[in-house]
Design a protein around this ligand. Structure first.
Ligand SMILES: Cc1ncc(C[n+]2csc(CCOP(=O)(O)OP(=O)(O)O)c2C)c(N)n1
Length: 298
């Protein structure tokens, strides 16, 4: 791990948190179309995975993966315009707030139907394989989403065709208010359909980044898809309208001590690489400026 890579990882996770915090303010002021689905505590599974990819790889994010889009170059201003539902936004004022992407930038827009992106991204990976291109497809799935038929069918297809597909499993304790034990027997990693499977600490961004890089290499070497299960915790309700009263406060307390950004900050400090307070201040000001620009356009 070199310093520029570690700092870029830190910046991307921090940016994700700041953008989401600003989106929450817009939501509470009644400006946004729809709710805000936070990735609080899960920034590592959204960012460190996408940052492991090459420039020509393609991602298909889900609701808690705004960070993967920021990692791929989507600008905060675009995100704000999208949530404000204006024609100047990436989807031209159409579609749900987090359903946007950009094929030219290698981002397929998230969809509502859980699991549906798995066969779609398997198809993307199939096209790479057929054209003999050294590229991989990456998508994400929650513990809830892994209960769908589309997930099993799509991953099974990728396994038997040996497709260069990375499926990031976000084992975050809840699907709406349902815990994994109430909808699956065993561990999420047992749903791999025979894909090469890794289970990692989803709050350790360094581990997630290294494992994602390894997964990409395995895909490019023809090993077939990789199921990268990240153990993490959803620190907010399903979305801003959900007060998560069904979540044990002790669990929130335990997981708040494993915050992925604080973890990386501690590691950077140990390396003597942690930037000064102006780093966060500059990033915060940039996010605020872009939010204001988007509001004035809107
Ligand atoms: C096929 C399908 N079934 C149900 C829903 C409704 N729904 C939207 S999000 C959600 C929970 C998702 O939980 P999970 O996949 O664990 O992801 P998380 O929200 O924890 O990130 C459900 C049930 C849906 N969008 N699609």
């Amino acid at each position: 791990m070199d310093r520029p890579t570690a700092l870029h990882l830190y910046e991307t996770m921090l940016l994700t948190r700041l953008v989401e915090e600003r989106l929450v303010k817009l939501f509470r002021q009644g400006h946004t179309m729809g709710s805000v689905y936070r990735s609080l505590g899960q920034e590592a599974t959204a960012c460190a995975t996408a940052l492991a990819l090459g420039p020509d790889d393609v991602i298909g994010p889900m609701i808690r993966n705004l960070g993967s889009m920021l990692a791929r170059g989507i600008q905060p201003k675009e995100v704000f315009l999208q949530y404000l539902g204006r024609t100047a936004g990436p989807s031209g004022g159409r579609e749900h707030n987090n359903h946007f992407g950009g094929v030219a930038r290698g981002i397929l827009a998230p969809t509502s139907m859980l699991g549906a992106l798995i066969p779609v991204m398997a198809g993307v990976a199939l096209s790479f394989q057929q054209k003999k291109e050294a590229r991989v497809a990456m998508t994400w799935i929650g513990d809830g989403g892994s209960s769908t038929g589309a997930f099993s069918e799509g991953l099974n297809f990728a396994v038997v065709q040996k497709l260069p597909l990375i499926v990031v499993g976000e084992l975050n304790g809840f699907a709406y208010s349902t815990s994994p034990e109430k909808q699956m027997k065993g561990h999420m990693s047992e749903r791999s359909q025979g894909a090469y499977t890794m289970v990692v600490d989803g709050n350790n961004s360094l581990e997630v980044l290294e494992s994602s890089k390894r997964a990409r290499r395995l895909c490019l070497d023809g090993g077939g898809p990789v199921f990268l299960v990240c153990e993490t915790f959803r620190m907010k309700g399903h979305a801003e309208h959900d007060d998560q009263r069904y979540v044990d406060p002790d669990q929130l307390e335990i997981w708040s001590r494993k915050d992925p950004i604080a973890h990386l900050e501690a590691w950077l400090r140990g390396q003597g690489w942690l930037p000064g307070p102006e780093f966060i201040q500059n990033l915060t000001e940039s996010v605020e400026r872009q939010a204001e620009e988007a509001l004035s356009v809107a």
